[in-house]
Each structure stands twice: as C-alpha cells, then as structure tokens.
Ligand binder design. Sequence first.
Ligand SMILES: [Zn+2]
Length: 446
Amino acid sequence: MQEILIQNATTVITMDDADRVLHDADVLIRGGQIAKVGQGLRTTGQIVSGRGCVVTPGLVNTHHHLYQNLTRAVPGAQDALLFGWLQRLYPIWARFGPEEMFVSAQLGLVELALSGCTLSSDHLYLYPNGARLEDTIHAAREVGLRFHPTRGAMSIGESDGGLPPDSLVEQETSILEDMIRVVDGFHDASEGSMCRVGLAPCSPFSVSRDLMRDAALLARDKGVMLHTHLAENDEDIAYSEAQFGCRPGQYAEELGWTGDDVWHAHCVKLDAQEIDLFARTRTGVAHCPCSNCRLGSGIAPVRAMRDAGVPVGLGVDGSASNDIANLIGEARQAMLLQRVAQGADAMSAYEALEIATRGGADILGRPDCGRLSPGKRADVAVWDVTGVASSGSWDPAALLLAGPTQVKHLFVEGRQIISAGEVTSLELPRLIERHGQLARALAEKA
Ligand SMILES: [Zn+2]
C-alpha cells in the first residue's frame, strides 16, 4: 500500500483523545489512513517535508450552500436582514441549472480546500431547471474532497404564504421520492466513505410540518443524517411562536429532529432549555459565525453549548451570506465572536481549532475523521508557518492568532489534492473563468 511520510513538522496538533501536540514530529499515511504519528518514523514511500510547518487534521465544514458562490456580494442583498436578503436572491437562483450547480460546487470546494478543509457538507435545497443533487456530487469527486451533500427542499411558496417564489418550491411527494433516489444512488455508509447523503428540508418556515416529520422517518429508515436551519435570528423565533405556537427546539423535538443523527445550522437564539435538550439528545450544531455577523443575526451561545455538552462544529454557510468561504478564517471568527460576548478567556485558539476539526467530524457522524491518530482517515492539512503572517509568533501552533489562511499541502484519504499551495486535481484558471462567466450571465439578466 502506498505510504506518504510528512517528516519533521515543527508541530503536529493531533486533536486525538489525549490532545497530544508533538514537536519535530512525523505523520505516516498508509493508503487512506493514518498509520503512525511520532518521531523518527521511516518509509520507503514518498516523503513530504514538514519543516517549518504545523500539521493539523483537515478542517470540517458542516454547513454550506455551495451554489450561492455565484451570487456573492449582490447589490440589494449586501445589507439586508435574512428574510429581505432571501427575497432579493430567490429570483436569481431560480435561473440556475445543472451547470451552475456543478461549477459553483467545484469552485466552492476548491476554496474550502485551500483553507484547509478536507470534509464538507452541503445543503442544496433548490433544484430549478433540471438541477440535481448529483451535479454537486460529481463536482466533489473531481476536486477530491470528502463530501456530505444533503438533499434539501422547499415546499411552501409565495402563494401558500411562504417566502420563496412558487417556481422554486417542489411538491412534497416528489421531494420524498427524490430523497429516496439520491440516498439509494449515492449514499455510502462504509468505513472511509467519500460520500454520505443526508436529508435536509430547508427550514421550518419553508416546508410543512408533515415534510419535517416524514423526512425524519425516512432518514431513520435509511440510516442517514438530518440537517436544517434552526433558530437563526429573532424573526425566526417569532415565526415559530406565531405559526407553531412553540419555540424552535420544541418544534424540532416533536417532529423527531433531535438526536445524534441530527445537526442544525446556526442555533443563534437557542435558550437555556433548548441547549439542555440538545445536550441530552446529543443533537449537533453547525456554528456559522461570519454568516451570523454578516446578517446581523447575533452571537450563538457556543460557550454555553460547549459547557453543557452540545456537540458543535463549524460552518462557513452559503457564500451569499459570508461571502468568503475560508474555513480557517471562520475558526478565527468563532474564537473572536465568543470573546466579544464573554471576554478574552471565552475561547482559546486551540478550542476553536478543535471545533473546526474533530468537533465538525463528530456532528457529521464521522469519528473516523478530524483527528490524527492511527486508524483514522488520512485527512491532513499542512500549514507553512515561515511566512509573513506567522513571522514573530512565539507560538506558531496558535494558528488562529497568527498564521496562514491557506494551506501549503492538503491530503484527503491519503491523496494529495493541494501541493505547495497549488490545486492538483483540476485546472483552476479554467474553473475560475467559467465560474465568472456564469456569474456575469446571471447578473446581466438580473
Ligand atoms: Zn445556511
């Protein structure tokens, strides 16, 4: 089996069960797995110098809408609150088709990879003009990232009092049929899987109570995970109380949306009881600090969640509300935002990195990822700490305080998809050119 030895790294942050941080250390990859982490390791295979580098587990992105990177910084949506922002963008998204989905997924996954991400989920909840979930799955295969796409859905259009235009919503029976089709066709539950499909109605305000419940039943039947947006901002809480007569946590619980096979994006407005519910049921949270800042949604109570035992991962959220999808930058933002709310000792650089690696892996049901220890998947990020951003740092391993925002090397399942800062799996200039063309075509008709 092929071996790769990352040799003489300045620091290896393992994120293993003992929280080991090793200096002048090596990481041996064999096939798709981590074989050994330690000092003085040898191989007859390929050697990659780790000199001047910090090695971490690949970062894990737990919430995204990849398609949105064709609508970054759209005038009229730049300064709007969540609901107004959606209403500006829905008519533009309604003109997307399979190529927009494919190209945006490729660009978004490359962007994530450059920032250290090896495993990403995606939440695709609109399927206009023949677009399908597999448009993104094919894109991920070419880029080489480990991918957890979720089959999202919206069923309540404007004519039923919902937010999205009727052309972007689907019949609930066809949503459930397509959920079955994509799980049967693309979900791989095996060890080391590169593709796991989840089910993800967009949010409680864009589908019916029946679809929320039916999706939960279907997910349990198929053994796949559940994902949605929850308790994102004050408007969201007010909507829940007005329409359902309860808070989002209670709504989720009643419909089967709690448990270790469920993760919810945002959860900015969870109250103490809801935090307790999530902790008891091991329900995961995808924390998206930049998006929460960008949309003025508030500061998620991540400190309280972590202290209570809620599993928390990190997400960049869709590019239309971030608008940058740099995952190491997102981890820094998570650290900073808790400090705004709770003081400078509220979250360390190490804890934010832990949330961005093993925290994310755990809420996606991937305890085989997110840490560097023997037997785990070989998803590894190598950060050069000899550059400008790290110069003068007394603790180069504190990457989130002073460090690079792009990786030097990146390995996914033991395959090197970034080498010396360059993407190896596809021609990046051509991808950027095509992506730009598609974005301009959308803007011209807007
Ligand atoms: Zn989102």
